[in-house]
Design a binder for this molecule. Structure first.
Ligand code: PLP
Length: 387
């Protein structure tokens, strides 16, 4: 047989999935592993989906997505961040941010173009760059700096082939929210070297210690920024598969062109549910965010009481404690914790070399389970000390 695609074959299997296959076979596991809200989609949004089905909205939509949804997204970005995107020419609806990321990179990259990816980062970033024919170039961030991206470190990685910088804020896996000054420095760098910025802002509504900076609204950024957002996290809509791209018209136009040959459109019923999600008052999303924040405080404090150092996560729903004091590498830590105490966390090394020495714990988990997980983690650490 002829060999299959080299780029895809070179992609390592997901470190997260392998681990959770093991956890799925075990009893009494508390999973802090999955990056998914534990809330069900708010009822009025589900009801809108049911109603859409009853009404027979079972067809394709236009490739760019429902005009009403695009209008609501652009209006929401305007209200929240002062962004100014034209729903007709600068916005398209995607099948989750996952598709938005894939489309953005395919539209921007020519074979061999380099994309700078600050890490630790979301597991899909590097494979998606590679699938689009590009070369991911990692740059480290440090937990001592709150995982802020250092423009000097990025500058040192720029070559004539660099096309874009890809980053997420608030971030998976660290929960870090990039300080405005760090983002401004990146925009200046992008201007100097004529680079695109791909900004994954899927967690924009989940911030706890200060507001979110929308990259596309920074001076000089708009014309070179591809903004990715979606409904999965803040609206607890992971399974509906709705996201969006907002970008300057030439980029958005090309993205629609690729989309029309690949996905065609995001699911019609899901787009109608998303219309309801953005038409509803903010209170249900705010209540979920307040709940994450309560859990975040309890969990981070509890982790610190076990003796683990834990940087303050300002956004998303992840804590990323340092496990260096245990003397274990992150994969061994995660495996031993799972086998000894049936608590599933994700080894930090899965998210890039700078993630080594940490584990990712999702606190999108009910408070009593988080409290029990803390008891188990504490017991695990005491037992490890005794070895
Ligand atoms: N971007 C980040 C940073 C994520 O953490 C995730 C999901 O975990 C995604 C994108 C994918 O989101 P979606 O469900 O919209 O495809």
């Amino acid at each position: 047989m002829k060999p299959l695609n080299d780029v895809i074959a070179a992609c390592p299997p997901s470190g997260i999935r392998r681990f959770f296959d093991i956890a799925a076979e075990m009893d009494d596991v508390i999973s802090l592993g999955v990056g998914e809200p534990d809330f069900v989609t708010p009822w009025r949004v589900r009801e809108a989906g049911i109603y859409a089905l009853e009404q027979g909205y079972t067809t394709y939509t236009s490739n760019a997505g429902l005009p009403r949804l695009r209008e609501l997204i652009c209006a929401d970005l305007g209200r929240r961040y002062g962004a100014d995107y034209d729903p007709d020419t600068e916005c398209l609806i995607t099948t989750g941010v996952s598709e938005g990321l894939d489309l953005a990179l395919r539209v921007l990259l020519n074979p061999g173009d380099e994309v700078i990816v600050p890490e630790p980062c979301y597991v899909a970033y590097e494979p998606c760059v590679a699938f689009a024919g590009g070369t991911p170039v990692r740059v480290p961030t440090r937990w001592e700096d709150g995982f802020a991206v250092d423009a000097d470190v990025v500058a040192a990685a720029i070559t004539p082939r660099t096309k874009a910088i890809l980053l997420g804020s608030p971030a998976n896996p660290t929960g870090a929210v990039q300080p405005r000054a760090a983002l401004e420095a990146l925009v200046r760098l992008a201007e100097q070297h004529d680079l695109y910025l791909v900004s994954d802002e899927i967690y924009d509504r989940l911030t706890y210690t200060g507001g979110h900076t929308c990259l596309g609204t920074l001076p000089g950024a708009r014309e070179r920024t591809v903004l990715l957002g979606g409904f999965s996290k803040a609206h607890a809509m992971t399974g509906w598969r709705v996201g969006w791209i907002c970008a300057p018209a030439p980029v958005a136009d090309l993205a629609v062109r690729v989309h029309q040959y690949t996905m065609l459109c995001a699911p019609h019923v899901s787009q109608l549910a998303a219309v309801e999600a953005l038409s509803a008052p903010d209170d249900e999303v705010d209540a979920m965010v307040a709940d994450y924040d309560r859990r975040r405080r309890v969990f981070v404090k509890g982790l610190r009481e076990t003796g683990l150092e834990c940087p303050e996560p300002g956004g998303a729903f992840y804590a990323f404690p340092s496990i260096r004091s245990s003397g274990l590498d992150s994969e061994t830590f995660a495996e031993r914790l799972l086998h000894a105490e049936h608590v599933a966390v994700v080894a930090g090394s899965v998210f890039g070399p700078s993630g080594e020495g940490h584990v990712r714990c999702s606190y999108a988990t009910a408070l009593p389970l988080l409290e029990e997980a803390l008891v188990r983690i504490d017991r695990f650490l005491r037992a490890e000390e005794g070895h």
